[in-house]
Design a protein around this ligand. Structure first.
Ligand SMILES: [Zn+2]
Length: 278
């Protein structure tokens, strides 16, 4: 370059850092990015605490916490989606190879970029907060492929948001001395009472709250599932099994012991490749 570039810094470089790699890239929307790779010695583990949280994928919400908190999709997402549909319609009407088609293509790419940016920003804020607040974070080890089988879930957590979320959670936990426990898709977490361990026979997708037949506790469907996830993660962590992604077990089937108020039960683990029932 003959003169300095007009650069918008996303954040200041860490003190005394010398970039070891500089990557220049351009996205589909035509924006240029310069990424500087450097060692940040300022990242220190946070003081340990005793908090633990189960984080589940909700049907109507982006994430559900075992604390009962429901985290929604980023603001404007619905609006952006209608804008995207509109831009795509425009694009389909333009003649191939024309200047107007190129302009329309750029417009579609810009809306896509806006959705992705806002989502990433949202996920950064959520993961930073969760890692700060909790020593142990239990998530479900589900693959995006499994998720996309279900149309409703696919909309709630599209764009590989889950794997991005998980990635952020894992590297931030490493930075700050936290533990992420990924529990294999294991049991019908929606139908299992997190208070007494009784199993409900049926649980259609439209049931949002239900009452346990045995202990009469009324559950929010998603919060109950997040609590089951947390319990399973802590149990797995305590017995030292399945702390890291436990992809499949020899023979394709295994069982997980869980403690619920003194009672030990065996919970079936889903076979690899088996359809997920929620
Ligand atoms: Zn119960």
């Amino acid at each position: 370059m003959s003169e300095p570039l007009r650069i918008v810094w996303s954040r200041p470089l860490p003190a005394a850092a010398t970039p070891s790699t500089v990557t220049v890239s351009q996205d589909n929307a035509g924006r240029w990015f310069v990424s500087l790779l450097c060692e940040d010695t300022g990242v220190k583990p946070l003081p340990p605490n005793a908090e633990a949280v189960g984080i589940d994928v909700g049907l109507d919400h982006l994430l559900i916490l075992s604390t009962g908190e429901k985290i929604t999709n980023p603001r404007h997402e619905r609006y952006d989606r209608t804008q995207l549909a509109k831009a795509q319609r425009e694009l389909s009407r333009k003649a191939k190879g024309s200047k107007n088609r190129e302009k329309a293509r750029r417009r579609v790419a810009r809306v896509h970029a806006r959705i992705t940016d806002r989502r990433r920003d949202h996920l950064h804020k959520i993961t930073t907060r969760l890692v700060r607040e909790n020593q142990t974070l239990v998530i479900e080890d589900l693959t995006v492929r499994n998720l996309l089988k279900n149309g409703r879930l696919a909309r709630a957590i599209s764009d590989a948001a889950w794997s991005e979320f998980r990635g952020m959670l894992e590297y931030k936990s490493q930075w700050y001395g936290r533990e992420v426990i990924a529990v294999d898709r294991f049991f019908p977490s929606s139908r299992l009472c997190s208070a007494c361990g009784a199993l409900k026979d049926r649980m259609p997708l439209n049931v949002r709250t239900w009452t346990c037949d045995r202990c009469a506790t009324t559950h929010d469907r998603d919060v109950n599932a997040a609590n089951n996830l947390l319990a399973a993660g802590l149990a797995a962590s305590a017995c030292g099994a399945g702390v890291r992604p436990q992809r499949r077990t020899p023979g394709g089937q295994s069982a997980m012991k869980q403690e619920f108020g003194g009672a030990t039960r065996r919970v079936p683990v889903r076979r690899a490749g088996e359809e997920v029932k929620r």
